[in-house]
Every structure is written in C-alpha cells, then in structure tokens.
Design a protein around this ligand. Structure first.
Ligand SMILES: [Zn+2]
Length: 191
C-alpha cells in the first residue's frame, strides 16, 4: 500500500471499476481538493428507503454530498467525482475534512443496522482506495459557530451520531472497528 493512496485519477478509476456499480453524479457541490485524501469517513444518510435515498441527492435542497452511497443490496452509487471534495463532513477534528476524507454513506438510519451486503461493499470500497485511515463521522464532527451559538460547545464532539447510531441496545449501525479489521485483512490477503 502506498502511503499517499491512489492520487492519480486514472489509477483511482481503475481501482474502483470493480466496486462501483453505477455513476449518477448528482448536483452536489464539487470543489478541488484543499488537501490530499488521507482516509475514508463513514456515514449513514438517514434514509428509510433506498429509492428515496438516491432521489434526495438530486434534489436542490440537498446540501449533503457523499462520494458514494451504498444501498441495502450492496449496490454502490457514485454521486460525485471522487477526485473532488464534496460537503459531507462539516467542522471536524481533522482540518479540511471534506477533502481529507472520501465520504461513504450507507443508505440507512440510526436504528437499522447496515446489511451484510452494505458492509461488504463498504469494505470493498475502502480496500480499493488503499488509504490508511477509516473514521466515523461521529468521532470526527465537532461543534462550530456555524452550527450552534453556544460557544462552550465549539470545538467539542457530539455534533453527529452517524454511523454508530442511536439504538437502545447499543448495536452500531456501522461498527468502525469491524470495518477497519476487515479492510486490513483484505489488504493483507491481496499483498
Ligand atoms: Zn455523516
């Protein structure tokens, strides 16, 4: 694995060829990267149905931009040019998080765990990207003046609950530790 991951556009598309099922680039804001990619940030999109989930990203009111949306059946929909940054992270502990991390969202919500097929596709995407860092939105997102007037919260966590979710039984919607371990195992087996 190269430390910088896949920076070359052609190489990136080649790596993704076997894991992206459909490219439907939406109208989300795309901008040049402010810093190089260094990892992947996992989310869920808070949708309750896959067909609505995909539609939403084509709605003018949608302000969120993941690069990939992973449906219940494991289909990976590319919503944005992976070489561009999109607004998926907001204020985070890592500066320029929209650029530093690719945004991958499972189409689900805070109560319904990601399906086995969704997890398989997320692992495949992360493995293809060959980047060292996999984080959840909840562990990175911090409060900022843009989100709250309560100055005592600025810079502190707790702004997001995805992708761990809010189940009373504590079962995570996406378990970041499991994803990291599976991606590491895949990378080892590929060599
Ligand atoms: Zn999120």
């Amino acid at each position: 694995m190269s430390a910088g991951g896949v920076n070359n556009q052609a190489a990136l598309l080649g790596k993704l060829e076997n894991v992206v099922h459909e490219r439907r680039h939406s109208k989300v804001l795309e901008s040049p990267l402010a810093v190089p990619r260094r990892g992947v940030m996992l989310h869920y999109d808070d949708s309750s149905r896959d067909d609505w989930a995909v539609e939403w990203f084509f709605d003018k009111r949608c302000k969120n931009g993941y690069t990939w949306l992973v449906l219940d059946d494991g289909r990976v929909i590319e919503l944005a040019d992976p070489t561009k940054r999109t607004p998926h992270a907001g204020a985070c502990r890592t500066p320029n998080a929209n650029s530093a991390f690719y945004g991958i969202a499972a189409a689900t919500n805070g109560l319904v765990p990601a399906t086995a097929a969704q997890l398989d596709s997320i692992v495949a995407l992360c493995a293809a990207l060959q980047l060292p860092t996999i984080v959840g939105h909840d562990s990175e997102a911090i409060w900022a003046p843009a989100n709250t007037r309560r100055a005592e919260l600025w810079g502190r966590g707790g702004r997001k609950v995805d992708p761990t979710g809010v189940r009373e039984d504590g079962v995570p919607i996406i378990d970041i530790g499991v994803i990291r371990a599976r991606v590491a195992a895949t990378s080892r087996s590929v060599g």
